[in-house]
Design a binder for this molecule. Structure first.
Ligand code: NAD
Ligand code: ZN
Length: 387
């Protein structure tokens, strides 16, 4: 039985185009695929546009498990509900929605708590299957299974997403802006606002000025931070950072025989109040830890390193420093409630999204988006499915 849907395609498989990673690091191939109808608590959506996040790039290159191929990547997007499966009452055909890689079931202890955004009913997983049913909704034209990615797989004209991973949004927000709320900008803004709870008048240091790091700067600015120090190996990020409120810039390549943390210690007279790691390198987490103030400094880890990467801290140093280190997934935001707040703040012209979109390409040129990010030339490249 099909849920509350009346479209011509409801209940039937849809044949459409998707960009497939067949082998790690090889250009994505646009192929015809079959997208099966949504089952229990699932929604099939027509993607309007999607944008490239560094997490796509990392998984595209991954050769060891949890890598699995052939796979449809993509996690930052906006779409329109095409049809809904049984038991879906929250959205109807035609609604504008954004998929989010973190679930919000609204029922478990964690979803009901204000303190967490890590759902227990549907915990974050790198599983290549759909939630609840452990199957794929994608096959290629030869009938071969194509794997899902982070419960979203938006590099396809149609995808199937669990209702726990969907948030309805205001359809008047331009799609090439709305998609940034699906991951990058929300994550960075949320990390300053919800995870670190940056206080007015404080100093923030951000390691890595990609879209995530610059969105942390945006969040820190909104929280009233006085000084925002950006650290990046790409010198171009010095000028770019200024547009996002970064007040000071440190290029690790220009520090002479000093470490970045020594420079930040000197600049701040004892360390930054908050340090954010937005690259995904354990060495930078250590550098961030060394750069924050003893007693109350907080390190927030946002970057995604290799799954086997280990952090090592001296126990005496931890004991004596009184610093905190915390992870931040999706900026600590609750997808179903906090996105609405960010959406309103964008409409009220408080939060910037436009400035994060540096490039836009057609779906057929999706590999260009990978090139631009690899070369450090883009913040967010929006990929239009059918312009
Ligand atoms: P990006 O590629 O746009 O930006 C990364 C930046 O880091 C670039 O400006 C690069 O020049 C800089 N950099 C690289 N090596 C550096 C070094 N050694 N020192 C200082 N700067 C360095 O990537 P992005 O999309 O902004 O993503 C950043 C990280 O956040 C990635 O690891 C991504 O997987 C992760 N991420 C996390 C979440 C989450 O929920 N925590 C969500 C999305 C993305
Ligand atoms: Zn939950």
């Amino acid at each position: 039985m099909v849920g509350n849907s009346s479209s011509n395609t409801a209940g039937k498989p849809i044949r459409c185009k998707a960009a497939i990673v067949r082998k790690p690091g090889e250009p994505l191939v646009i192929e015809e695929v079959i997208v099966a109808p949504p089952k229990q608590r699932k929604v099939r959506i027509k993607i309007i546009c999607t944008s490239l996040c560094h997490s796509d790039l990392s998984f595209w290159k991954l050769t060891d498990p949890p890598a699995i191929y052939p796979r449809i990547l993509g996690l930052e997007a906006v779409g329109i509900v095409e049809s809904v499966g049984e038991g879906v009452h929250e959205v109807v055909e035609g609604d504008t929605v954004i998929p989010i890689f973190l679930a919000d079931c609204g029922e478990c202890t964690d979803c009901l708590s204000e303190k967490s955004n890590l759902c227990t009913k549907f915990p974050f997983s790198l599983s290549p299957w759909m939630e609840r049913e452990e199957t794929s909704r994608f096959t290629d034209i030869n009938g071969e299974t194509l794997y899902h990615f982070l419960s979203v797989s938006s590099f396809s004209e149609y995808t199937v997403v669990d209702i726990a991973h969907l948030t309805k949004i205001d359809p008047t927000i331009p799609p090439n802006r709305a998609c940034l709320l699906s991951c990058g900008v929300s994550t960075g803004v949320g990390a300053a606002w919800k995870t670190a709870k940056v206080e007015a008048g404080t100093t923030v240091a951000i390691f890595g000025l990609g879209a995530i790091g610059l969105a942390v700067a945006e969040g820190a600015r909104l929280c009233g931070a006085k000084r925002i120090i950006g650290v990046d190996v790409n010198q171009d990020k010095c000028e770019i950072g200024k547009k996002f409120g970064v007040t000071d810039f440190v290029n690790p390549g220009n520090c002479g025989d000093k470490t970045v943390s020594q420079i930040i210690m000197e600049m701040t007279g004892g360390g930054a109040d908050y340090c954010f790691e937005c690259v995904g390198m354990k060495s930078l987490v250590h550098e961030a830890y060394a750069s924050c103030r003893k007693g109350w400094g907080k390190v927030v880890v946002l970057g995604v390193d290799h799954p086997q990467s280990m952090l090592t801290f001296n126990s005496f140093e931890v004991l004596h420093s009184g610093k905190s280190i915390m992870g931040s997934f999706f900026g600590g935001l609750k997808p179903k409630s906090d996105i609405r707040i960010l959406e309103k703040r964008y409409m009220d012209k408080e939060i910037r999204l436009d400035e994060f979109v540096t490039h836009e390409v057609d779906f057929k040129d999706i590999n260009k988006a990978f090139e631009l990010m690899t070369e450090g030339k883009s913040l967010r490249c929006v990929i239009w499915m059918n312009k």
